[in-house]
Design a protein around this ligand. Structure first.
Ligand SMILES: [Zn+2]
Length: 500
């Protein structure tokens, strides 16, 4: 069955049927592809006494131990650990596949070799973009690129972009999923796409020049740069009347930010704009998107591709899979990936509305969806505000406070040590661009109160800056990804020894 028809079918199945199909696909994928060809999982499954036949229902998936980011990182003893996760085919096993024998008879050995090459030879790579850890390469084969294009084409369909639209891709040009996913979205869906490369490649001025000429219906990029771009365009009186959709990726998106972007679009002459979020990560080799929804209703959530992967929501403490509708950590298992493959990958991302199989209230598809807000474990940090005890601060929540505050444009949260002394207490400084002519004293008090209500902390200082200064702080046009949370605390050094 071709993929389009398969996709249409998977879009309308009830939960039980989706789970049954996924379990069958998982069993075949493990038995024919992962276990024979993955050094890491071949070993792991032997150690746990598991085989492909151990997976009769989707519940059996919980027998597979999790894989985390740390498992992929290089160590001194094992500097190329990522290689353990790349599928390396064994020619003898491949030769025994029934379809190999049939194809060799019908089409000849050369065609068989070609098809193995396209299935298993890595031809493309992206990297993880974690703040602290070394980037880890993640490899794609030609087959993975086909799936990437499939998932990307579906994004266009779910976002309800049209073939005659023009798509302006302002993700940073880099070996990262977001840029390439968008590139493939345009080609797969047959939509004219201009990829500017983002602020670092073309600068805000260059990007605005293209915005004027290209007159896109759809703009897709990272929220921070999107905000800068539209704000500056509005200040320069740019008209962008065709704009219908702003699609965001690479950072979390909340309602406050959506509203600010809609307001800016209205200033550009586009009063009816959908602001849609996408969610994806390197290890999934795909991303998922929202469908258009009325502004006064909750989003339908991220529409998953159940034929390409399984998303679980687990209790982050016990690791137990949670039933639909429960908040928890997202765990991903691919169903047809080649190249780099990770099973039950713990993302460190939390979804507060969980997974649902109910038909989407906005588009009617019965694809499984992730609903609610996503937050990142890495953005919960321990801070020392007094000498007695550490305080856990959820910077995901602080982002909400700042994005929701109506008088604030761009912002940055900075963490410092008092007097830059590594042994001193921590402080939080908010750098803020005020908009709508707000009074600084009043806005400072209001922000501090909002922080206390939602997080039980007061920022140590709030500093107001003009647009240009905040752009410099965030590194617009200089860094690949603009910075909204910066940690300037010097690493704690051993106690200084006084010279005798
Ligand atoms: Zn929908």
């Amino acid at each position: 069955m071709n993929r389009t028809r398969l996709q249409k079918r998977w879009q309308q199945l009830p939960e039980a049927a989706i789970r049954r199909l996924q379990a069958g696909q998982l069993r075949r994928y493990l038995g024919n592809v992962v276990l024979p060809f993955s050094a890491h999982y071949g070993r792991m499954f032997r150690e746990h006494g598991l085989s492909a036949d151990s997976f009769q229902t989707l519940e059996d998936l919980s027998r597979v131990p999790f894989t985390t980011k740390a498992d992929l990182l290089a160590t001194p003893e094992h500097p190329q650990r990522f290689k353990d996760f790349i599928l390396v085919p064994d020619q003898k096993v491949l030769a025994r596949r029934p379809e190999t024998i049939v194809r060799a008879l019908l089409q000849g050995k050369a065609r068989v070799r070609e098809s193995f090459e396209s299935e298993f030879r890595p031809v493309f790579v992206t990297f993880t973009t974690g703040r602290s850890a070394e980037p880890t390469p993640f490899f794609y084969t030609q087959r993975d690129l086909t799936h990437l294009a499939t998932a990307a084409g579906r994004m266009v369909e779910i976002c309800a972009a049209r073939r005659e639209d023009r798509l302006f891709n302002i993700f940073p040009f880099a070996p990262h999923l977001a840029f390439w996913f968008t590139h493939y979205a345009g080609t797969a869906a047959g939509v004219m796409t201009l990829s500017s490369g983002g602020g670092k490649v073309m600068g805000t001025d260059g990007t605005i020049r293209h915005l004027r000429k290209f007159k896109p219906e759809v703009i897709i990029g990272i929220p921070t740069f999107m905000y800068h771009l539209l704000r500056q365009a509005a200040e320069e009186g740019v008209r962008c009347e065709n704009l219908r959709q702003i699609v965001l990726g690479g950072e979390k998106v909340n309602d406050g930010l959506r509203q600010k972007l809609r307001d800016l679009a209205a200033e550009l002459g586009a009063p009816k704009v959908d602001v849609l979020a996408t969610y994806g990560f390197t290890e999934a080799k795909q991303a998922w998107s929202e469908c258009p929804f009325p502004h006064d209703q909750p989003s339908g959530g991220y529409h998953l591709h159940p034929d390409l992967g399984i998303m679980e929501v687990i209790d982050p403490k016990t690791g137990a899979p949670l039933p639909p509708g429960q908040p928890g950590e997202l765990v991903f298992t691919p169903l047809d990936a080649r190249g780099s493959v990770v099973l039950r990958y713990r993302t460190g991302d939390f979804i507060d509305g969980g997974l649902t199989y109910e038909a989407c209230p906005h588009c009617g598809r019965s694809l499984p969806r992730l609903v609610g807000n996503i937050s990142r474990r890495s953005e919960v940090k321990e801070m020392a505000f007094d000498k007695l005890k550490g305080t856990l601060v959820d910077f995901n929540e602080l982002e909400h406070v700042l994005d929701d505050a109506p008088q604030i444009g761009a912002w940055q949260v900075e963490l410092r040590k008092v007097n830059d002394d590594p042994l001193e207490l921590d402080e939080i400084i908010l750098h803020v661009q005020k908009i709508n002519g707000a009074d600084e004293t009043q806005l400072g008090r209001d922000l501090s109160a909002r922080c206390f209500t939602r997080l039980e902390i007061h920022p140590n200082r709030i500093q107001f800056h003009d647009t240009e200064h905040i752009r410099r702080l965030q590194g617009v046009g200089e860094v690949l990804k603009e910075q909204r949370l910066v940690d300037h605390r010097p690493a704690a050094n051993p106690l200084p020894v006084k010279a005798a």
